[in-house]
Design a protein. Sequence first.
Length: 378
Amino acid sequence: MKKIIFAKACVEVSSFLPEDGVKEYQLMVHVTDSLLTYEEQVNVLLDAYDAVLQQLPGAVAVFKRYFLSDVANQIDLLLATTTEGTDCATSMVQQPPLDGTKIAMWAYLLTDVQTKALSNGLFEASHGIYRHLWTGGNCNLASTSEYQLRLLLNDYVMNLMQEGCILADNCMRTWLFVQNIDNNYAGVVKARNEVFMTQKLTSETHFIASTGIGGRMADPKSLVQLDAYAVSGIAKEQVHYLYARTHLNPTYEYGVSFERGTYIDYGDRRHVFISGTASINNKGEVMHQGDVYKQTLRMWENVETLLGEAQCTFKDVKQMIVYLRDIADYAVVKALYDERFPDIPKVFVNAPVCRAGWLVEMECMALKEQNDKRFPAL
């Protein structure tokens, strides 16, 4: 990781730099002066991002997520500031950065891709036979979390169909942000289970890597937000699912429908998407109730086992997002991460996990070079 320090911001950058082909960058952009006003923090963050972008020749963003401390009061200024320069799929969610600032950003960048916004709201980044389709910030105002997600998923299925894709074969990753998750997650689970069944996503086939986590949208009536990533041009043989059954149980055993992780093989690299993972055992039980220190260690063990199934380790991880239910646990968890993972871009945010007993959850993306002649390069 390269850490670029500015007067009132810093940018953590990890990279994958093959001699030929698409280069990849993961950026975590942080404000370092919490005394600035929100407008000043936005400007500092965007200026730092733009300055780093100038150091990455040919790189373009394909996805950005802004983590905000008070989305209802902050989104208008952010939209006004970024609309003119919107260049990719973008997500904005209230998940306050735990360093005491009002905004942070995750950005994923590629080189040598052709990008464009599609009329159906998807954002395309294409290279060779592959079209990477990102979407972010999808919400509606149906009456319940169940109906909102049902509409969101049905709309997404239709959007994929317009691009010659189907949910089961082409969608690789979803994120579901749920307002008041302790009350609204049950509706989200029901909608996802039922829509997935119509799309032939079952315990007998497979599901999709996902994070379902607490998050608030600007409109208080929006109870669910959907972000998603799909790939067109991929073959079924390129996609594999991660289980880690020594440590984790299949999610359908406790009534939910997502994969613990997914990896995708290209000719020149392997992409690994680890879903939101917490301190759980292979019976679906919360481990180490009330102890965030021990939960963090068990969570790492689970993630490491998932990565191992993809022939990867934490050394291959390019970014992390860490979710904490209780802001009072930040100092303990950050100290653990700083000691073990000082060189991986990461952000810590306040976001309750879908089960109250889980105090901490993490997700990550890993990337490993390979030479697989069966498939085209990315």
